[in-house]
Design a protein around this ligand. Structure first.
Ligand SMILES: NC(=O)CC[C@H](N)C(=O)O
Length: 400
């Protein structure tokens, strides 16, 4: 079969002035990108050179204005297959040099058009390197993007940025999670969806902002995934008689997730196999009695080096987190659920990237083993979850 010819599409738009105003008063002037208007959020930067569609549709970015450090964004346009959720979640989007031509055989429209369709305000043509260095030195902070033919003066815009809510203390997961429970069927050996109720394992997944790829990675391993709303109770999760419980990624400050922490504690007490990703890792940390704290500027990208301390192996991983768990790296901790240790650590800055209980079948990671876009080094963690449900000793790499 010959590959379809690439679809290229030229996209022209009028130049509308725009300004980005940081809460410390620094401003950057450029042109409107995406919808024209105004938006507020927390300014964060993402270092991924690809995967912008998955980044934009990751619900963990809710209320964040994402600055792309890769200078050219939009080159492969927008397709109808790669979304991680039902919509774009970023509060605003910042790029240096938007593609003038979208070229990819799956592209349906340009990124700019999709941002307009979904009403997402962005800015282009600014020095994203200077902005990123500023955020790295001063830390993530509130920001506003304003565009239109006539912009108010900067003092007035700055005052409005300073009225926007902060990310610290924000309780956001229920805003992005499903309202209704749904089922992702397990995938059979021939790639077919297995009838509900026939899969080898059933997992109850608490949706705190889940990315579509996560239940898919479980389904590929013969798991039927029942996805529950963020505020579900333990009784609701156990109504499907799960072999394992999963807590997803999600936006906001984990210090606000008291309900989910109490649900996690009940799961741990029942000794049901537990796996958490990102926000789910922070909740497991809190359930074990550890604290969480806000990182200066967080980890967002697809090439972060993480060491699995249980094997010594280093993996290249996808990240999106602004908070982290505070747990001792150099010793096993005693927790209400037995001994626990830090299983994974980021080699750039020693931030805790994973937790493992030694007396309870539970573990979690701060990063994204489902990795779309991104490397697949950490996919073995889904196999570890299967092993935990099978009652087998954990395996260390995919297929071993
Ligand atoms: N991707 C996530 O789950 C992020 C978790 C949390 N909102 C943080 O920023 O750290």
């Amino acid at each position: 079969m010959t590959a379809p010819a690439p679809t290229t599409k030229r996209h022209r738009r009028e130049r509308v002035p725009a300004v980005l105003v940081l809460e410390d008063g620094r401003t950057f002037r450029g042109q409107a990108y995406g919808a024209v208007g105004e938006t507020f959020g927390e300014a964060v930067f993402n270092t991924g050179m690809s995967g912008y569609q998955e980044t934009l549709t990751d619900p963990s970015y809710h209320r964040q204005v994402v600055v792309m450090t890769a200078p050219q964004i939009g080159n492969t346009g927008w397709n109808d297959e790669d979304d991680e959720s039902k919509q774009i979640w970023v509060a605003g989007y910042v790029v240096r040099d938007p593609a003038r031509v979208a070229s990819n055989w799956r592209s349906e429209r340009s990124l700019d058009e999709e941002l307009v369709n979904q009403g997402v305000v962005g800015i282009s043509g600014i020095d994203t390197r200077a902005l990123t260095r500023h955020l790295r030195e001063r830390g993530a902070m509130r920001v506003g993007i304003f565009s239109g033919p006539a912009l108010a003066d900067e003092a007035e815009l700055l005052a409005r940025v300073n009225q926007a809510p902060e990310m610290k203390g924000a309780d956001l997961c229920a805003e992005v999670a499903t309202k209704e429970t749904y089922v992702v069927p397990a995938i059979g050996p021939g790639g077919e969806a297995l009838p509900i109720g026939t899969a080898k394992y059933t997992v109850a997944a608490l949706d705190l902002g889940i990315k579509g790829m996560t239940p898919h990675r479980m389904a590929e391993r013969g798991i039927e995934v029942h996805v529950f709303p963020a505020n579900s109770t333990v009784e609701e999760l156990y109504s499907v008689n799960p072999d394992g419980v999963f807590f997803s990624n999600g936006p906001g400050d984990p210090a606000t997730a008291d309900h989910q922490v109490s649900v996690a504690r009940e799961v741990l007490a029942k000794k049901t196999p537990f796996f958490g990703i990102c926000f789910g890792n922070q909740i497991l940390g809190r359930a074990l009695g550890f604290g969480t704290y806000k990182l200066k500027y967080g980890h967002r990208g697809i090439n972060q080096p993480v060491q699995d301390r249980t094997t010594g192996k280093v993996e290249v991983t996808a990240h999106n987190h602004g908070f982290a768990v505070e747990a001792p790296l150099d010793k096993v901790s005693d927790t209400p659920f037995g001994r626990a240790e830090v299983s994974h650590v980021c080699l750039n800055d020693d931030v805790v990237e994973g937790l493992q209980c030694l007396d309870t079948p539970a573990f979690s990671v701060q990063y994204h083993p489902e990795a779309a876009a991104g490397p697949h080094d950490a996919a073995y963690l889904f196999d570890r979850f299967v092993d935990l449900m099978a009652g087998a000793p954990a395996r260390t790499t995919a297929g071993s």
